[in-house]
Design a protein around this ligand. Structure first.
Ligand code: SF4
Length: 470
């Protein structure tokens, strides 16, 4: 079992060394993740690059800062994500070409990162490395994205938030779903599973289909499934070949709301357990002592970054965490979220789960009542992936010198003295040496006052006058 210490800094920031990007490096080093990187190591930084029009995903700045630190340590970083399941008919990251376009739009490219951004599981998502996991609670094998399995070290750089299926979207999910190939995702999603798969546990209601003539957008009923499992036959009846269902999730948002399919909640519980198994598979593929975790608990949206939108965060920024233990780091984030007061106007308040102590993800993120925000955590604890008992160590800020603009560390006079003389950025020769055409005095109190506090308009002082020059 890994070291279950979690290193933490809160989200408060007021200086160079307390910038969140600086804190991320401070906890990275404190957790000893720097010691995982050896000269010439190929280091995968696994991020979620965000769906099209999601706006809560992690800013690329953090991946850049981490890539620079890894280069400083002698490693060769790349930043990566994987193709998604075709979980929506209109997904933006389902193939390599789509994920690269979406990632670029969201700011993830070699230009911004200073290292390559790659799709880790190939063009369509079949590039993977199969790992046996006899310790698994539910899964006995995992399909790890090839580029991640091939790396010498892996840092899961995770945006911690909610998730409609996983309930929490943390470190466990970043690897347990995000580091699996596309077929690895079908494995975790229970595709073809005899008990928990949609084909086995879903309840199809073809009687609720009222015929093509009464369903103007009937084509989407067939087009939502990339495996071509829904058909409207010559008798104008909807048919489903459920026994071939891969659990891509593509029909959930189409069939569910129309009453054509009851999605089985037990499938979601099974997936949440399988996420921890698959995360263990990733650690085994890379090396159990070569995987580190950073959780950035900022913009804690109720939905995952794979949603094409982002809701009001349910809690304020929680802080920056680092650990060698995926279970401990997610548990620490859940605990912090539970301690926090929820945000007004968020889904947590709408669900009346915004008080300190409330289980906010279960109320505001889960799809079904009864899903648990600790299923993946408990499973990871059970199988020896990590421990839900952890020690939280609060880190002190590092020195500001370390986090200043690195391309020129000289102070201003040395950097700009000669240039400012040469190009005269301040026009000392104008307006009697004052430089610019401005009034000498104005009534600043007048424009500071809130109108409702002081409705009388104050006349501008007669002493205020134009400078009179050009
Ligand atoms: S029937 Fe299965 S394979 Fe087809 S869209 Fe639905 S979940 Fe995907």
């Amino acid at each position: 079992m890994s070291d279950s210490t979690v290193y933490y800094m809160d989200a408060h920031s007021e200086s160079t060394e307390t910038a969140l990007a600086a804190k991320m490096i401070t906890v990275f080093d404190a957790a000893g993740l720097d010691e995982m990187i050896k000269p010439n190591d190929i280091v995968a930084i696994k991020v979620h690059c965000g769906e099209w029009n999601n706006s809560a995903y992690l800013r690329p700045l953090y991946a850049r800062q981490l890539a620079d630190r890894i280069k400083e340590l002698g490693g060769r970083p790349f930043v990566c994500d994987t193709t998604t399941s075709s979980y929506s008919p209109w997904g933006s990251r389902t193939s390599e070409i789509d994920i690269l376009l979406t990632a670029e739009r969201n700011g993830y490219s070699s230009a911004t990162l200073g290292c390559p951004f790659i799709c880790a599981d190939g063009f369509i998502g079949t590039s993977d490395f199969v790992v046996d996991i006899p310790e698994g609670y539910l899964l006995k094998e995992a399909y790890v994205a090839q580029a991640i399995a091939a790396a010498d070290a892996l840092i899961a750089l995770t945006h911690f938030k909610g998730h409609s299926m996983g309930v929490i979207g943390g470190a466990l999910k970043n690897l347990g779903i995000g580091a699996q190939s596309k077929r690895g995702k079908f494995n975790v999603h229970m595709g073809g599973h005899p008990t928990y798969g949609l084909g086995a546990a879903g309840v199809f209601h073809p009687e609720n289909f009222k015929g093509k003539a009464n369903t103007p957008d009937w084509e989407i009923l067939e087009d939502c499934c990339p495996f071509n499992l829904y058909h409207i036959n010559e008798n104008d009846e909807l048919e489903w070949e459920g026994d071939k269902c891969a659990n891509c999730l593509g029909c959930f948002g189409v069939m569910g709301p129309r009453g054509l399919m009851d999605i089985p909640p037990v499938q979601f519980d099974a997936v949440d357990a399988a996420i921890a198994d698959a995360c263990l598979g990733v650690e085994k593929a890379v090396g159990r002592d070569k995987v580190g975790y950073i959780n950035m608990a900022l913009d804690v949206s109720p939905r995952c970054d794979c949603a094409n939108h982002a809701d009001v965060p349910i809690v304020p920024h929680l802080g920056v965490f680092a650990s060698k233990d995926a279970v401990a780091i997610d548990m620490a984030c859940v605990d912090k979220a539970r301690e926090a007061e929820g945000i007004k106007g968020s889904a947590a308040e709408m669900m009346e789960a915004h008080h300190a102590g409330d289980k906010k993800f279960e109320a505001a993120a889960a799809t079904f009542h009864g899903q648990s925000e600790v299923t993946s955590i408990n499973t990871g604890h059970e199988i020896g992936l990590g421990s839900r008992e952890y020690e939280l160590i609060e880190c002190e800020p590092d020195s500001p010198e370390r986090f200043r603009f690195p391309y020129d560390t000289r102070p201003s006079r040395q950097r700009f003295g000669e240039r400012f003389e040469k190009f005269q950025v301040f026009p000392y020769d104008k307006h009697d040496g004052k430089g610019f055409n401005r009034l000498d005095v104005v009534d600043l109190e007048k424009v500071k006052h809130h109108y409702e506090d002081s409705p009388e308009i104050t006349e501008v002082s007669e002493s205020v006058h134009a400078d009179g020059d050009d």
